[in-house]
Design a protein around this ligand. Structure first.
Ligand code: G16
Length: 559
């Protein structure tokens, strides 16, 4: 067979400011990525930082506007930079968990994921690029810092402009680039991921539950990448009704919606669930790593509770019977419901900064099986990303085994372990300078210790501040230190106020205020969360001077 022959070129470029990856990759408005050489500079910086003399990278994204163009640029640049082989999703489509799985399955050197996750898409929306390492997880800070350093000094990039690969059709193609063989395999976006799920869960048992007409489920793919995955798994494999998956076509602009699975942006699902026609509902984000779980009549399960309920029932998931349960973890702002379970099961629980990348070392060193974040992320060590579909299958497994409703399960859980009330207030797109000033003020206050021993009346009891700091994490495996990960104010009764700025927004600053408290008093645990937390929220807004610094009376989103 004669190979198409191509030659690479070197193109001069100049650096862009601000190509520093955030919580999970570089996210900016689409028009920024489309500006002259912006994408090329960042991709070359990745390829330089990871050493391209390797064999295989996985490439794909969530189907948002500009994914297909970016995939073609990346293919051309990988070819010119000496990468030998690429696996690309058909039409450039892969969910983030699917990429993590493929990196691990094929022992690839890593993957480049094109997504801005839950951020809106379309020509006026956001785009993003992130690099995942050979363990399948988001690059840790050491690697992203190296990428960022290169973006600051980049002078040229390598590209093979004549190479045009057909990514619409499944198949393998080989080319000669500068005399070397370059192979691109375009694969089905769903097949390998679906196989993985069948290895983890008992599909015949799930099918008996899901295909039963009295257990109607509703899955909202939010016009993101998860539509094809959800249709194949829940409808074709598990026998859910043919209309059980909605918004199931990945759209470049997510249908003008905000593909973020929370009570505000997944309001359509909440409304449909309120009808009482379904026993279980779930929504995913744009790239399929986040999930929101709802029960009959839209009973909402907080992500902190979702993690804890899965932990308490973890033995029901066949995968963990094989691997054993090593330990649990959560991000620092996530309420400590899983800690209560860990205590009862005598397992370790780790508290890491916000960002899934911080779980990777613990999983790689066999210390962690299950983890989650308040930002609607749940997952296990089957891959190194959070995994929305996995979380839904975990919940359905628990429902199928216990034959309880979502609400019964959660309320029984509270009775056994107590309840961690949690809320998050987001103030989106605020003035970045003012928000930096707000954080700086609090850093000063926690450093001088003047808040310590201050008494507050929270509801009808008095609580005392016993700790305040800016959270610092020392990775127990590689001993790297991540500092300034969020202002924490902790009270003697376990109540907490946490403040940090989001690392996933693309413009301005998003302030995140997290407030949580714990109760095991039977008269309190079934009360409205917003009522229980109101006094603490009021204290937080006042203490942190949120209105003054954000100029906002109300948050954009309350979770
Ligand atoms: C990313 C990270 C998560 C993190 C979330 C929110 O999620 O992978 O670990 O919790 O951002 O981060 P922040 O509070 O800084 O906005 P995703 O789904 O956006 O990739």
């Amino acid at each position: 067979m004669a190979f198409e022959e191509h030659r690479s070129e070197i193109v001069s470029t100049t650096p862009y400011d601000g190509q520093k990856p955030g919580t999970s990759g570089l996210r900016k408005p689409v028009n920024v990525f489309m500006s002259n050489n912006y994408t090329q500079n960042f991709v070359q910086s990745i390829l330089d930082a990871i050493n391209t003399e390797n064999d295989l990278l996985i490439i794909g994204g969530d189907g948002r506007y500009y994914v297909q163009e970016a995939v073609q640029i990346i293919i051309k640049m990988c070819a010119a930079n000496g990468v030998k082989r690429l696996i690309v999703g058909q039409n450039g489509i892969f969910s983030t968990p699917a990429v993590s799985n493929l990196i691990r399955k094929h022992k690839a050197s890593g993957g480049i994921i094109l997504t801005a996750s839950h951020n809106p898409g379309g020509i006026n929306g956001d785009f993003g690029i992130k690099y995942n390492c050979e363990n399948g997880g988001p690059a840790p800070e050491g690697v992203t810092n190296q990428i960022y350093e290169r973006t600051k000094n980049i002078k040229q990039y390598k590209i093979c402009p004549t190479l045009n690969v057909d990514i619409a059709n499944i198949g393998a193609n080989e080319y000669k680039v500068d005399g070397n063989t370059f192979r691109v395999e375009v694969i089905d976006s769903v097949a390998d991921y679906s196989t993985l799920m069948k290895e983890i869960f008992d599909f015949p048992k799930l099918k008996t539950y899901v295909s039963n007409p009295s257990n109607k489920i509703l899955i909202d793919a939010m016009n993101g990448v998860m539509g094809p995955y959800a249709k194949q798994i829940f409808i074709d494999e598990l026998g859910a009704a043919s209309d059980a998956v909605v918004h199931s076509t990945p759209l470049p602009d997510f249908g003008g919606e905000h593909p973020d699975p929370n009570l505000t942006y997944a309001a359509g699902l909440v409304k449909a669930m309120s009808s009482g026609d379904y026993v279980f509902g779930a929504a995913f984000d744009g790239d399929g790593d986040r999930n929101m779980i709802l029960g009959h009549k839209a009973f909402f399960v907080t992500p902190s509770d979702s993690l804890a309920v899965i932990a308490a029932n973890i033995e029901l998931i066949p995968y963990f019977k094989k691997t054993g349960v090593k330990g649990f973890a959560r991000s620092m702002p996530t309420a400590g419901a899983v800690d209560q379970v860990a205590r009862k099961l005598n397992k370790n629980v780790y508290e890491v900064p916000t960002g899934w990348k911080f779980f990777g070392n613990l999983m790689d060193s066999n210390q962690l099986s299950l983890c989650g974040e308040e930002s609607f992320g749940t997952g296990s060590d089957h891959i190194r990303e959070k995994d929305g579909c996995w979380a839904v299958l975990a919940w359905l497994t628990i429902l199928a085994n216990t034959q309880l409703s979502v609400e019964e399960l959660v309320k029984n859980h509270w009775k056994t372990f107590g309840r961690n009330f949690f809320t998050r207030y987001d103030y989106e797109n605020c003035d970045a300078k003012k928000c930096d000033e707000m954080i700086a003020r609090m850093e000063k206050i926690v450093a001088d210790g003047s808040l310590l021993n201050t008494k507050y009346k929270i509801g009808n009891k008095e609580s005392v501040i016993i700790t305040n700091d800016n959270f610092e994490y020392k990775d127990p495996v590689d001993h790297s230190v991540s500092s300034r990960q969020g202002i924490r104010i902790l009270f003697d009764d376990g109540s907490r106020i946490v403040l940090r700025l989001s690392g996933t927004g693309s413009q301005g600053a998003t302030v995140r205020l997290y407030v949580d408290c714990y109760a095991d008093d039977i008269s309190v645990i079934e009360q409205e969360s917003s009522e229980v937390l109101k006094p603490l929220v009021d204290i937080a807004i006042d203490l942190l001077k949120i209105k003054e610094y954000t100029g906002r009376d109300k948050p954009t989103v309350i979770t």
